[in-house]
Design a protein around this ligand. Structure first.
Ligand code: GLN
Length: 283
C-alpha cells in the first residue's frame, strides 16, 4: 500500500468511528510515523510503506479510532508556538489557556514588570510556566503540582527550553509550599485548576475522558480549587499583585463571589469565542 491509498483507507475507517477530522488525523499520524511534514505526504503520495512503518501506523490508528487524543499519540502538543511533551499524566494544553498567557505577557509589559516572580499552580505539563519564562526573559517561575507524574513532564519541558535557572518545578498542594515559607513577594499567581463540576465530569466527551481526572475534577460545583486558592494567594502576593485564573465559561459570577473585600479589583475576561474564561484579581 502506498501513502495515498493508506490515507484514503484510514480516513474511511476514522469516519466510521465518528471522528470529527478523519482526514487530518490520518495525515498527522502518518506524517509522525514517517517523520515528515504533513505537506510532504502529498509530494510522496506514491511512496510504498515499509512493514514496520505500517505496523506502527496501524497501532496509532487503532487507538485514535478509540478516542485517544492525537496529542497523546504523538507525545506532544504545540502551545504558544512551543513544542510541549505531553502524556496521560497531564492535561493537554488548550488554546484558551494561550489567551491567558498572552494576557499575562501584556500585563507585564504594560506595568514594566521585566523580572516578575510568578507562581503557576497546578502546572501540569508546565505549558503556562515555561511559555511565560520563555517570552518574559527575566521572569522567575515556580511551577507547583501535586502529581509526581505531571512534574516529571513539566521538568522535561523546562529543560527542553533550557529554563532550569528560572523555572523551578515543585511538588505541593496549591500554594502550601509558599505559605510554609511565609513568602509574600509574588507578583503573579496564575492557575488553570481543575474546574469541571460533577455533572460535567459525568458527561465528558470521549476524548477528554482520556485525560487525568485529577486535572479536570473541580468537585461538586467545580469551584473547590478556587475556594482554597483565592485566600492562599492573598497571603503570597505583593501589594497590587495579580491572581490570574482560568475558569469555566459559566463560572464567572460564582468565582467573583469568592473574592472578599481584601481584593481591590476583580475583572472577568472573555476568550476569543466570547465566553467568560478568565478572572484577574488584584490584591
Ligand atoms: N478546558 C478543559 C475542558 O473544558 C478543562 C480544564 C480544567 O479543568 N482546568 O475540558
Amino acid at each position: 500500500m502506498n501513502v495515498k491509498e493508506l490515507l484514503a483507507t484510514t480516513t474511511d475507517y476514522f469516519k466510521k468511528y465518528g471522528l470529527k477530522e478523519p482526514r487530518l488525523d490520518a495525515e498527522v499520524l502518518l506524517a509522525h510515523v514517517l517523520k515528515k511534514e504533513r505537506i510532504q505526504l502529498y509530494v510522496d503520495f506514491d511512496q510504498p510503506l515499509k512493514a514496520d512503518e505500517l505496523n506502527e501506523y496501524r497501532q496509532l490508528v487503532y487507538k485514535r479510532a478509540r478516542q485517544y487524543p492525537v496529542a497523546y499519540l504523538l507525545g506532544k502538543k504545540e502551545f504558544m508556538s512551543l513544542d510541549f511533551t505531553v502524556n496521560e499524566d497531564v492535561l493537554i494544553p488548550r488554546p484558551e489557556t494561550e489567551e491567558l498567557v498572552e494576557k499575562l505577557i501584556e500585563y507585564c509589559q504594560s506595568r514594566n514588570l521585566t523580572a516578575p516572580n510568578i507562581a503557576d499552580i497546578g502546572t501540569g505539563s508546565g505549558a503556562i510556566a515555561v511559555s511565560l519564562a520563555y517570552y518574559i526573559k527575566e521572569a522567575r517561575v515556580l511551577a507547583i503540582d501535586i502529581s509526581p507524574g505531571a512534574l516529571k513532564v513539566a521538568r522535561e519541558n523546562i529543560s527542553k527550553y533550557g529554563l532550569e535557572e528560572r523555572v523551578k518545578a515543585l511538588e505541593g498542594d496549591l500554594l502550601i509550599p509558599l505559605l510554609w515559607m511565609n513568602k509574600d513577594n509574588v507578583d503573579i499567581v496564575v492557575s488553570n485548576p481543575p474546574y469541571i463540576d460533577h455533572e460535567g465530569m459525568a458527561e465528558l466527551a470521549g476524548e477528554v475522558r482520556r485525560e487525568p481526572e485529577i486535572a479536570l475534577n473541580g468537585g461538586i460545583d467545580g469551584l473547590d480549587y478556587y475556594r482554597r486558592l483565592i485566600p492562599q494567594a492573598l497571603k503570597v502576593l505583593k501589594d497590587d499583585g495579580l491572581l490570574a485564573l482560568e475558569i469555566g465559561y459559566d463560572q464567572a459570577a460564582a468565582v467573583r463571589e469568592l473574592f472578599d473585600a481584601n481584593w481591590t479589583k476583580v475583572e472577568v475576561k472573555k476568550d476569543y469565542s466570547g465566553h467568560d474564561r478568565m478572572v484577574f484579581a488584584y490584591r
